[in-house]
Design a binder for this molecule. Sequence first.
Ligand SMILES: *[C@@H]1O[C@H](CO)[C@@H](O)[C@H](O)[C@H]1NC(C)=O
Ligand SMILES: *[C@@H]1O[C@H](CO)[C@@H](O)[C@H](O)[C@H]1NC(C)=O
Length: 152
Amino acid sequence: MALKTLALINILVVGCVVPMVQGQLLGLLGLLRIQGTLYCTANGNIGVNGTTTPVFPNALVQLQCGGNVVSTATTNRSGIFSILLDPLNFVLSTLLSGCKLVVNTPLASCNTNLPSIGSLQSTLQFIGNALFGLLNVGNIIPSGFQFNANLN
Ligand SMILES: *[C@@H]1O[C@H](CO)[C@@H](O)[C@H](O)[C@H]1NC(C)=O
Ligand SMILES: *[C@@H]1O[C@H](CO)[C@@H](O)[C@H](O)[C@H]1NC(C)=O
């Protein structure tokens, strides 16, 4: 009898605790991901020819916040870069309001007809969360690059 009661209490307790633990894990197993594609065009954005626009590989993409470089990534052969951030260290609203992407690798390195000085810059845009199993990823993309004649 006592054993049965204990078993019942166990079931009740486990039933309540598991959803709470899952909720906490979701909060802990979170990531912010800044991802985008850099194109080999005068402004770094996709051109009129869409997906046939040449990409900008091996470009160093800096995440700058308040003028400091806080993270970097290099574009791969597909022109794609990805910066992963721990949400415990970065607040989303601060990222969107106080940080930007800066590319100082000259555009001439992907096309000699493009400028050999200057930088590409973009602010950031949040596009939503996605769940990968228990991992909650907040997806951030560049709002759109612009060419700046100065290095930054
Ligand atoms: C777009 O594609 C056409 C046809 O291939 C080409 O002539 C043109 O130069 C391309 N434009 C740009 C901006 O790449
Ligand atoms: C570039 O990176 C993206 C995202 O990580 C990946 O999906 C893609 O396969 C990579 N391309 C190359 C050529 O490595």
